[in-house]
Design a protein around this ligand. Structure first.
Ligand SMILES: Nc1ncnc2c1ncn2[C@@H]1O[C@H](COP(=O)(O)OP(=O)(O)OP(=O)(O)O)[C@@H](O)[C@H]1O
Length: 394
């Protein structure tokens, strides 16, 4: 499922989710809907087990399908009109394949736990309903805005201002601290799974001009309020954690080395996300374990020897005489160049954050989140108590 996820990220990166033309939606809304409250005739699912639908038709008599909002490994997310509550909702229609149906039921269970109090409801996407329709588990969510990834893309991968990173980082850590307090580990934190609550944004003139001398514009969210989504890979603390988890770029070293993982794997992902928001680009742009570890060493220094010694059978091949087999083991010159292009964390951040005081706190926080040894990594609560968050960046 994880390998599929890695490929998915690339389809995702090309996909326009948030900027789907509204014209399409508008056309659909104007179409007369025949048999308003009937379900369409039953059709075959597509080859991947996705539900086949046409915009404007019903998903059960209650929901009318308006547009496609996104797609992931588990299924498609459709914008629908809920005739009963008279509100727009986002419905994840899960693929009709056993493993995804089972994972969806775990997601429903997790969502119900998260929604037990106001805090959870304000930090994580709210589930409104769920049902089993034509062998597809359908999870009805409150409708949220674009993901942080959509926003980065919209801004041509230019960095977020540091005060926005501060606001987003604080809320992200609060959601993760809340999940951890319920003994839940998200395991798939990434900018695609963090949604802005509102789709409203403002357009500001940037400092730069393009090659034709025109001013370039940048978009900023009107509200920085965010919520976590996608609990399909969430794990309970009491499970055996030896499998490969997380989308590649946000995957912690203990996962790659096969050392087993727990709450700290989420904290590593948070560290990678904060750097990405600040620089505009994924910190570790790689598809391959040895290159990934080499990138980590380039940015953060050498891996601790005790972690190398404990590396699983599958990961031993990345080391020679207790050190990373790099650059000797590199698959290509491009790979060596990609690693060499990276700078130490402190220097990377200095280029993106110019405000002196918050910069040194930020670097210190990131070093705490990106500690190789999961036992030394900051917990979500410790990160929230870090001076970076105790002092306003402005
Ligand atoms: N409540 C929501 N409101 C608006 N958009 C949403 C909502 N939930 C999901 N989406 C959109 O649908 C996309 C896919 O959703 P989600 O990540 O839950 O699916 P998935 O199949 O579990 O994905 P993954 O492959 O990452 O596990 C999201 O990236 C987002 O763009």
């Amino acid at each position: 499922m994880v390998e599929e996820k890695e490929q998915q990220r690339y389809t995702k990166r090309r996909r326009l989710a948030w900027d789907v033309p509204t014209q399409q939606e508008g056309q659909v809304r104007q179409q007369p809907v025949l048999c308003r409250h009937n379900s369409p005739p039953k059709r075959e699912d597509d080859r991947e087990g996705h539900y086949t639908y046409t915009l404007g038709e019903n998903l059960t008599p209650r929901y009318k399908i308006l547009s496609k909002m996104g797609e992931g490994t588990f299924g498609r997310v459709l914008e629908c009109w809920d005739r009963q509550t008279r509100e727009y909702v986002a419905i994840k229609v899960v693929r009709s394949i056993r493993k995804y149906r089972d994972a969806a039921m775990i997601e429903v269970d997790v969502l119900e736990q998260l929604a037990k109090n106001n805090k959870g409801r304000s930090l994580c996407v709210q589930i409104r309903n769920w049902f089993d329709y034509r062998n597809h588990i359908c999870i009805v969510f409150e409708k949220l805005g674009p993901s942080l990834f959509d926003f980065l893309k919209r801004n041509k991968y230019s960095p977020f201002p540091v005060d926005l990173v501060w606001e987003i980082g604080r809320q992200l850590l609060e959601s993760v601290a809340y999940m951890h307090s319920l003994h839940l580990i998200h395991t798939d934190l990434k900018p695609e799974n963090i949604l802005l609550v509102s789709s409203d944004f403002i357009k500001l003139p940037g400092h730069k001009r393009n090659s034709q001398g025109e001013i370039s514009y940048r978009w900023l969210p009107k509200s920085s309020e965010i919520k976590l989504i996608d609990f399909g890979s969430t794990a309970y603390d009491n499970q055996n954690h030896s499998s490969i988890v997380s989308t590649r770029h946000y995957r912690a070293p203990e996962v790659i080395l096969g050392l087993g993982w727990s709450y700290p794997c989420d904290m590593w992902s948070v560290g990678c996300i904060l750097v990405e928001l600040c620089s505009g680009e994924a910190l570790f742009q790689t598809h391959e374990n040895l290159e990934h570890l080499a990138m980590m060493e380039r940015v953060l220094g050498p891996l601790p020897e005790h972690m190398i010694r404990k590396a699983s059978r599958g990961a031993e091949k990345y080391f020679r005489r207790s050190r990373l087999n790099w650059p000797e083991g590199a698959v290509s010159r491009e790979s060596i160049r990609a690693v060499r292009k990276l700078d130490r964390l402190k220097n990377m951040i200095s280029q993106c954050v110019t405000v002196g005081g918050s910069r040194s706190y930020f670097v210190d926080l990131l070093h705490g989140l990106l500690k190789f040894d999961p036992a030394d990594r900051l917990t979500a609560q410790q990160a929230l108590d870090h001076p970076f968050f105790r002092n306003s960046p402005a």
